[in-house]
Design a protein around this ligand. Structure first.
Ligand code: ADP
Ligand code: ZN
Ligand code: ZN
Length: 738
């Protein structure tokens, strides 16, 4: 018996190995094994098993199995093959995304020594003082406790407990230690739900898809506060009652605690949470329990789409427009929403893409009936918020103050809410204190040594940080490197600065900031959100983390400090993203009984994006945007792929990309080439970056196969690849061209 094995390296080759006799009936396709390659023993995945081989060289044997049972069912294996083909990466690389190295069904919990007193009539420990005091303490507790928790009572609890044990005073047991899995959930949130007419009709459609046991996909387009979360829960309940399982993808860790709290009220312990803040042991343990079929529902980030749940019946992609669903690095550069649709197809499951602001692609697909459209056009309770735009240029003129962060209107509304005991959410999409350090005389901006981007000043901790390579500098420059001037100034505004200004302005208000700097731990995120929910916080200030998905009934004012952030980035999706951010943020206001208001501050109040977002007029903006995309042949009217060349030497990057570009002899009809050009951020982490973008009109290429064939031949003929220097990175359906 022979096995073909693929490795997580960039070569597309598979290698043949002999299956040793003792493993013959235990191996199956998709299992991970250890094998010798060159002088090393490495991990690989079995892609084929066969009785004979044509290979005539010497054949080595498989050393050992990594998984003790097949974790990949046939469907997940199909998915890996699709990933590998669609995203152009070797099967071994795709497999690694689905089956990360540090996860295995063989994972065992660490154990810890526990101790409990055995009741004795006579205390004969008179001469052993420490033993006696520990024993007396244990007697008072009367239950098993970890030995090392006795550190407060004695310096060497292990020895003391062993001595007590040898004398028959205590029992000692080794017990597995369960990792902490609860850090990122609210307590269960119970609710009494009576579905509205629209909600019931949405559910009827979804149930019938689930009952059909066929693949069906929906775009659930429900305005903010229309009860999408309640729809997820009811749909999941239906699936679970049929003994099937559910995956719910969330784009942002800050959305997890509240939704988890709601799901826990309904599904109890059969919900698993899968997110970036899990400790390694929690991750390994959760994964093993998913493999063993102990969970019915997995809620989590992008990679949850690969959860090895058996009998998958439903996948929900919440806020399906979010770019965090796209994996940037390493390969495969997959989009979890697209993978969800494929996994649904393979598993004959229902897939629900949901949002108040769908991606233009999904929106368009619903108009051409590629995906079924379900609309929830009304809020469950509360009316739409009233929206005000403040023209910040006028504001400076009228108030005679230049560069104020808060307009008079926003301040006035904030005061009003605070005096009425209502809460405020403020959005500002830049973290740190000041996003740039600038010389007032020559305009020079202080850049990261490794990236061509400005360093951000963080006031807490007093350091400069590059938000791309995370490198930290502890010293602020005193003198301009360009003109030797001492006029160096912090420039621009980040959330830390706004927090300072807020506490000056409202010394009696309780203010919390939520951005990635604060959200280092899951507990922190949960605590802040829970406190806001319990009205212990008056003003919640944050980045896009808090713009969507959250549901706080008493928050009646939303302020967007600078709505223009990102508006002029040279990317075809810049407008779409700004629109979604404003619309979603506005959606946090007035979700309870009291009406909500939104104040949007902008220096471009007449801009179509800002204006239509302020009118909450999605259709108007999406129609404008679709027309624009159509005239420029951007998605959803074309397929795109990005070839990026990265390397430490500028000229070899330029040369390599030129060779690829010059090597293209004829362009197939309908395919267009943009570039080569420098990327918008031309140097990151000491790597120069250049790109070519190919667009293929759907008119000639309905499923993208033409573009796929075209760029595949380019890859094959190219002298560079994913592991050469410089490297070639091929990004299929990139979400950004920056
Ligand atoms: P969305 O996710 O669409 O923004 P949510 O699911 O958060 O909206 O719903 C908004 C609020 O209304 C939540 O507090 C939710 O529990 C409540 N809600 C929605 N539908 C119902 C219903 N049918 N019965 C009771 N409460 C509901
Ligand atoms: Zn200068
Ligand atoms: Zn950097």
């Amino acid at each position: 018996m022979f096995a073909d094995i693929s490795f997580p390296i960039s070569s597309y080759q598979v290698f043949t190995y002999k299956v040793p006799d003792e493993l013959i009936n235990r191996l199956s396709i998709g299992m991970r094994v250890k094998v010798p390659l060159g002088s090393r023993i490495i991990r690989g995945i079995i892609v084929d098993l066969k009785k004979s081989t044509n290979f005539s060289g010497s054949i080595k044997s498989i050393k050992e199995m990594i998984d003790d049972q097949p974790v990949l069912d046939k469907n997940l294996w199909e998915l890996i093959k699709w990933l590998s083909k669609y995203y152009n990466c070797p099967i071994g690389v795709a497999a690694k995304a689905v089956l990360p190295n540090n996860l295995s069904t063989k994972y065992e919990l660490k154990t810890q020594l526990y101790v409990k007193a055995i009741n004795q009539d006579k205390l004969v420990l008179n001469h052993a003082k420490t033993q006696k005091s520990v024993y007396t303490y244990l007697q008072s507790i009367q239950s098993l406790i970890p030995v090392n928790s006795l550190k407060d009572h004695c310096s060497n609890p292990n020895d003391i407990c062993k001595q007590l044990h040898s004398k028959g005073f205590v029992e000692l047991v080794n017990q597995p230690v369960l990792p902490n899995l609860s850090g990122i959930s609210f307590d269960p949130i119970h609710k009494d739900i009576q579905f509205t007419k629209d909600q019931s009709s949405a559910l009827k459609n979804i149930f019938s898809a689930i009952n059909s046991n066929m693949f069906q996909s929906f775009l659930l387009h429900g305005v903010t506060g229309s009860g999408k979360t309640e729809i997820y829960i009811e749909a999941a309940r239906h699936v679970v009652s049929k003994n099937k399982t559910v995956i719910i993808l969330l784009p942002e860790i800050a959305l997890t605690p509240q939704i988890a709290g709601r799901f826990k009220a309904v599904f109890g312990e059969s919900v698993a949470l899968w997110h970036s803040k899990l400790s390694q042991s929690a991750r390994a343990w959760t994964w093993k329990k998913i493999c063993l079929g102990e969970y019915k529902v997995v809620i989590g980030a992008r990679s949850s789409i690969f959860s090895p749940l058996k009998n998958l019946g439903l996948v929900i992609v919440d806020e399906e427009q979010e770019d965090s669903y796209k994996q940037d690095s390493p390969a495969p550069r997959y989009h979890a929403r697209d993978v969800a649709l494929i996994r649904g197809k393979i598993n004959k499951a229902t897939v629900l893409l949901a949002s108040a602001t769908p991606s233009l692609e999904s929106y368009y697909n619903s108009t051409i009936k590629k995906i079924k459209y379900i609309n929830l056009p009304e809020r469950f309770s509360g009316a739409y918020p009233k929206v005000h735009i403040v023209d910040m240029i006028n504001e400076s003129k009228e108030s005679n103050k230049y560069g104020e962060i808060f307009s008079r209107l926003l301040l006035e509304k904030m005061k009003d809410r605070l005096s009425n005991g209502q809460q405020i959410i403020l959005l500002h999409n830049r973290r740190g204190f000041a996003p740039a350090i600038r010389c007032d005389d020559c305009g020079e901006i202080y850049l990261c040594n490794h990236c061509k981007v400005s360093l951000t000043y963080h006031r807490l901790g007093k350091f400069l940080q590059c938000h791309f390579c995370n490198q930290i500098k502890n010293k602020l420059p005193e003198i301009c490197g360009e003109c030797n001037s001492y006029n160096i100034r912090l420039s621009g505004t980040g959330t830390q600065k706004i927090e300072d200004l807020l506490s000056n302005e409202f010394p009696n208000a309780s203010i919390a900031r939520l951005d990635t700097d604060v959200a280092k731990s899951g507990e922190n995120i949960t605590k802040i959100l829970q406190n806001f929910s319990n009205k212990k916080i008056d003003i919640l200030l944050g980045t896009q983390m808090i713009a969507k998905g959250l549901d706080f009934a008493n928050a009646t004012l939303v302020g967007i400090i600078n709505a223009d952030t990102g508006l002029y980035l040279p990317d075809y999706r810049a407008g779409e993203k700004v629109f979604q951010l404003i619309y979603q943020s506005a959606g946090r206001a007035g979700r309870g009984d009291s009406p909500g208001e939104v104040v949007i501050q902008s220096y471009n109040p007449d801009n179509t994006v800002i204006k239509s977002a302020a009118q909450l007029n999605l259709k108007k903006y999406y129609d404008i945007c679709l027309n624009e995309r159509k005239s420029l042949d951007y998605p959803p009217f074309s397929w795109i792929v990005k070839f990026e060349v990265r390397g430490a030497k500028k000229d070899s990057v330029e040369n390599s990309i030129k060779i690829i570009s010059d090597g293209i002899k004829d362009m197939p009809k309908g395919i267009e080439k943009l570039g080569p050009s420098y990327c918008y951020r031309e140097k990151l982490k000491d790597q120069y970056r250049m790109q070519i973008v190919f667009k293929s009109k759907k008119e000639f290429d309905p499923v993208g196969s033409r573009l796929h064939k075209f760029y595949n031949s380019l890859i094959i003929n190219s002298k560079i690849n994913a592991s050469s220097n410089p490297r070639l990175i091929v990004d299929v359906n990139p979400t950004s061209l920056l």
